[in-house]
Design a protein. Sequence first.
Length: 551
Amino acid sequence: MKKSILFLFILFSQTIFSAKITETERLVATCKVWGFLKYYHPKVAGGEVNWDNQLLEKLPKIEKAQTKEEFSLIIENWIDDLGPVKEIAPIPAPKGLEYFDKNFDLSWFNNKLFSKKLSKKLKFIEENRFQGEQFYVYGIKKIENVGMRNENRAHPDFTDANSKLRMVFMFWNLVEYFFPYKYQMDQKWDTTLEKIIPLVIQSQNQDDFYLTMRKLTSKIDDSHTEFYLYPPTEVPFPKFYFPAGGKIIDEKLVITEILGDSLAQIDDIKVGDIITKINDKTIKEIISENKDLIAASNEAKYLNKLVTKILLSNVNTVKVEFFKNDQYRTKTMTWFDYHDSHRNEFKKEGQKEKQKFTLLEHNIGYVDIGEIKVKNIPDMIAALKNTKAIIFDIRSYPRGTAREISKFLNSQEKDFVIYTRPDFSYPGRFKWDVVSKSGVDNKDNYKGKVIVLVNEKTQSNAEWTAMCFQASGNATVIGSQTSGADGNVSVFDFKGFRTLFTGIGIFYPDRRETQRIGIVPDIEIKPTIKGIQEGKDEVLDRALLFAETGK
């Protein structure tokens, strides 16, 4: 009886292992193995073999593998052909090193497609991994976020599925091993690979393929991530602008600023106007259909990015529906080709530049962090040091002033941020790095209220600046959810496109996360349609109320 059961078990095991595997299963597993060996195998990571060519040579053989047994054998032979890996384990971790391992997972070594022998080979390579200077990636000077080198940056052959897969495999593994916030994606990165591979194979031309790449990058869920195409393409590049900027509120697009005065006058466009449709699509429909095309850490930043897309067209005639004076009105508008550098060229002569800092009524100071420079800080301190409150407006991008201002705000040096950086000797792992400090010991520090204004445009260095000011111990953050993308950016340039992602992790000193969450306001306040139409800055108004009442 026992012999019969054992026989049936062996037969069942062989049947399972010899079961047919799908094309996507083969390619997902190949992508993972290829990327792992690229950064771990001494000969590959050291640049001794042309790894792209090897992939293109092996893919036709892999495509013919019908069973798990056949697939595993191809991969085993591929690894063996690279030559023996010298046994150097155990590799000691540097003294004092503490790993941040929420990203790290090589459990796929035990993939159901792999033989036990293949799984053991992969584990052995991990334990005896390459310890020299990586051939394909490097740590950018000082910051140590990932940089890319020695890659084939050319267009793939859009008629060759394997050529297209090579580029997808390359980018997917860059994110897999060197994006610090992979663990925070809404959709698992493995699942994204499974879903994107069939789309890559189905893509028929350059535009199809790069649309698929755009969908791939959107799943990173990082506000730093963009996807820029380089010409030429079959689809015209958007270059015709609506003459104003806006904000999406309650699934409506509200005009918040005029960017070309004379152009706006032609169609009677004013701040507070509401756009409800573009080319017969509602704003709600546009929000929904672009979810897979725009990368953002949270909904607030997604809507902010979407506004730019909505107000930019690849044709100059656009049908726009407005809701104005309690009625809907549709206009067929002509949008014009003009650049950001030419915007507001129609401003009235003599219009004042934005003030870097100013003294408001009731002895309240105001500082525009997007305008003030380090050289202006002594004058700012002299003008505002005796105020009862200073409002630091960080709803724009700073100019490197955080640390200098913190010396004025803090009574003593304070920890305000800790970083994680990639470990290039153990790809996929990130290590906790030094804590950064703000301020200095200063008995003559600012004694009034510190108020920080934020919104979805508060991104990266702006969020870092807010964290720096929070460390003063006397700061109140007012506004709405920030972009949720902090940390130096890694940029990847190819012939056909350019993309990027956040390259290092940013956390509060107690290791609370900031990615996707952003800087959480102490007092939440968002602009309303009514407030915009009345010309109010409701966030600033709320800050002024707090400065007066402490509530």
